[in-house]
Design a protein around this ligand. Structure first.
Ligand SMILES: Cc1ncc(COP(=O)(O)O)c(C=O)c1O
Length: 369
């Protein structure tokens, strides 16, 4: 019988590390250290050192993170915030719930927010751009920073998919006023449930966000002088994440290796446009996802499914621009057409070279290549 290749194996991390994880569980639980404890501080400090961000705050998930940093940033009420149409609903909902208007714009050939489209969408109500470093690739920060400077806009980053990704040697999530990283199980650094991080370089914003994540409470004197959320990264999850983080660079290199294999095996198929190959040029990609642009996407997906190969259509194929929800400022976007062609192939460290070859053989058969 043919081996099944799931899109993502949610049991892999636990099975591979169960002995060590049980020890961590015992260590944390026997101390009764669950909320805002030492393990969380240790993990935050690890990410701080790694990304060279001044401040890191562990929170319940990346969606809360974005809502909190937008709420804490003193933007003009009801302002417009520009996002890519190729991002998760979370980017838009954080804007909506923080009292602003998400404005989705086109994305380019690299599937990242398009600089020209940003410029065209700026109005007197625009206060900020919230870019998404999609699939583990950092946006062109030279262009985006220039636009922000020219139009006096704040810059925020949705780096949910991009821990470790770099542009000209600088980490995604460290360019703007604040950013988020998601620690959702399928992310490159994932925990056993929901989790997220806020990165920022501004001390005042950091102080405010530390309160906001925990009911508005000042952790030093327990005074409450701010409305807040209950959105803290669990101490137990932080302890697991610290352990997984030891392999973070190794995992990035494995993903880059798998991406290179895909690109080598699939090059020349004219029905497919591949993601950029791993390079050490301007972009250092971490391949959170490997997303192809292909003809007869649904046919390919069904075919692979029959061959027991899992795939995924990001956001269920619906751009933020086409969400049937109130409060979004919508334009007719050229790149929306692309949503019928985008497909995620399996990409994670549980895959072997032979898995990638099997997947590519089937893709070649489908396209008669
Ligand atoms: C681009 C992007 N933004 C935001 C999120 C939301 O992250 P979380 O699930 O941690 O709230 C995700 C998670 O999948 C994402 O991929």
């Amino acid at each position: 019988m043919k081996k099944k290749i799931p899109f993502f194996d949610y049991t892999y991390n636990y099975k591979k590390n169960s002995k060590k994880l049980k020890k961590i569980f015992h260590n944390v639980c026997s101390k009764g250290a669950y909320i805002l404890q030492n393990e969380l501080k240790i993990f935050e400090d690890q990410i701080k050192r790694y990304t060279r961000s001044k401040y890191v705050i562990g929170v319940a998930n990346a969606t809360d993170a974005m809502q909190m940093f937008l709420m804490a940033s003193n933007l003009k009420k009801n302002s417009e915030i520009i996002i890519s149409s190729h991002t998760m609903v979370a980017t838009a909902s954080a804007i909506y719930f923080s009292g602003h208007i998400p404005v989705p714009v086109d994305f380019g050939e690299d599937l990242l927010i398009d600089a020209d489209s940003i410029e065209k969408s700026i109005t007197s109500k625009t206060s900020a751009i919230l870019i998404t470093h999609l699939n583990g690739r950092t946006c062109d920060m030279d262009k985006i920073k220039k636009i922000c400077k020219k139009h006096k806009l704040e810059l925020f980053e949705d780096a949910a998919q991009a821990l470790g990704s770099k542009f000209k040697g600088r980490f995604a999530g460290t360019f703007g006023k604040a950013s988020t990283i998601s620690l959702y199980p399928a992310k490159i650094l994932g925990c056993f449930g929901d989790g997220g991080l806020i990165l920022c370089n501004d001390k005042n914003l950091f102080t405010r966000l530390k309160k906001i994540r925990s009911h508005g409470i000042n952790e030093k004197n327990f005074n409450i002088d701010h409305w807040g959320f209950n959105s803290r990264l669990d101490n137990l999850q932080a302890a697991f994440l610290s352990y997984f983080f030891k392999n973070h660079n190794k995992n990035i290199y494995k993903r880059r290796y798998l991406a290179k294999l895909y690109n080598q095996e699939l090059q020349g198929i004219k029905q497919i446009k591949l993601p950029p190959s791993p390079s050490e040029g301007k972009n250092f990609d971490i391949y959170q996802n490997y997303e192809i642009d292909c003809l007869n996407r649904d046919g390919l997906r069904n075919y692979l499914n029959k061959k027991k190969i899992g795939t995924l259509i990001q956001w269920n194929g619906i751009s933020t621009n086409n969400l049937n929800l109130p409060g979004i400022k919508k334009f007719s976007l050229v790149s929306d057409k692309k949503f019928k062609r985008l497909l995620l192939l399996p990409m994670n460290v549980s895959l072997s070279k032979s898995d990638i070859k099997t997947i590519c053989v089937e893709i070649k058969k489908f396209y008669k290549f």
